[in-house]
Ligand binder design. Structure first.
Ligand SMILES: [Mg+2]
Length: 373
């Protein structure tokens, strides 16, 4: 079997001249083969940047577009192709968007392998430890306590036993942070599992320690990315100073960045995004690495049903994991792009048994929101 083409599909719900928020754009890849098998992948990144990294013609030995590296290759040689893509895109890649693009292709290659062998991806990865995974719901908080109470009530009625919120005005000011978290905690009840995501808006470890003290009564399970992801010394200070677990890593790519994070920052849990950190292949390496540090892994994931499927297959084979992020976005790219999206039910998502990732795209949704053709 040989790879014949790589198609990059950029999707965007608002117009090109309008602002997009989380979940409103997406970039997919389809990897085509001469045996008619097509693999689907995605990265949660900047779509046009990813498209360029895949489609650009080479400039020199260390500046190849990923597509020209792949054409004519055997898609089942996933590890070899990952290394080739990494090496020959080195000047423009190596970290960041270059690895995001590789992630999308890696996921598509695993989808091809599963379809070729007639097996679900988890089986090719070594075998699943579980048939279902507990899911926590992520929502972007509204500005008022009343609205947030309403959101929380609805999510608990849907069956969630764990929730995270971040974005919106969370992180802007100590008083509004306190009020939002108070409302959510009161509505959810004393023993409900709650975590918050600051998207680095608390800026410094000193402010984070101050806020953790102020929020002590709300018994948060973890505090995510309170400070910038390059402030590794700051992360280490926090781990030594505050009670809730410190989580981070959604912006990091490759085992190399995670090794540094684990070694210097000493977080309580790492959150690689399978569509950004280097795909399913690299996620497996990051999981093994985090195990050697005795650090828990709870992946980041807030994009389409392609991301959910890739994350579910990955998590199914990791023995020491028990939680998946489940977006509460209302974007049509989230709700409709994958026709048979893995759905949340009674606190869990089920691991599918169909070949490959087990997903089918809605081509009408692609037609409707496709940009940059
Ligand atoms: Mg986050």
């Amino acid at each position: 079997m040989k790879i014949t083409d790589v198609e990059v599909i950029c999707l965007r719900v608002p117009g090109l001249n309008k602002k997009s928020v989380w979940g409103e754009d997406a970039v997919l890849v389809k990897v085509y083969t001469d045996e008619g098998i097509v693999g689907i992948g995605e990265t949660d990144s900047s779509p046009l940047v990813v498209k360029s990294l895949i489609e650009t013609p080479n400039s020199n030995l260390a500046c190849f577009g990923l597509k020209e590296i792949l054409i004519g290759e055997n898609p089942l040689e996933i590890e070899k192709l990952w290394d080739k893509m990494y090496t020959y895109s080195n000047y423009v890649g190596r970290r960041g968007a270059g690895i995001h693009a590789i992630s999308a292709i890696d996921i598509a290659l695993w989808d091809i392998a599963g379809k070729y062998h007639g097996k679900p991806v988890y089986e090719l990865l070594g075998g699943k430890f579980r048939d279902k995974i507990r899911a926590y719901g992520t929502f972007i908080p509204a500005d008022t306590p009343e609205e947030n109470r309403k959101i929380v009530r609805e999510l608990i009625n849907k069956g969630f036993t764990s929730l995270k919120f971040g974005g919106g005005i969370l992180g802007d000011a100590p008083e509004s942070d306190y009020e939002i978290i108070k409302a959510v905690r009161e509505e959810a009840g004393e023993n409900f599992q709650l975590q918050i995501d600051l998207a680095a808006k608390w800026r410094t470890p000193e402010h984070t320690i101050f806020m953790a003290e102020k929020l002590k009564e709300f018994n948060l399970n973890w505090i995510e990315e309170p400070i910038g992801s390059d402030d590794l010394v700051g992360y280490r200070k926090l781990g030594d100073s505050i009670k809730p677990m410190i989580a981070g890593g959604e912006t990091l790519t490759t085992r190399y960045e995670f090794q540094n994070f684990l070694e210097v920052g000493k977080p309580d849990l790492v959150q690689p995004d399978v569509t950004r950190c280097g795909g399913i292949s690299e996620s497996m390496k990051i999981y093994k690495l985090s195990e050697t540090y005795g650090t828990k892994l709870v992946p980041h994931g807030f994009s389409t049903g392609v991301l959910i499927a890739a994350t579910v297959h990955f998590l199914a084979v990791c023995e020491n994991t028990d939680l998946i992020e489940y977006s509460q976005s209302t974007s049509p790219l989230y709700e409709k792009l994958v026709k048979n999206k893995i759905e949340f039910k009674d606190g869990y998502v089920e691991v599918p048994n169909t070949p490959g990732l087990g997903i089918e795209l809605d081509e009408d949704i692609i037609k409707k929101y496709r940009v940059f053709n």
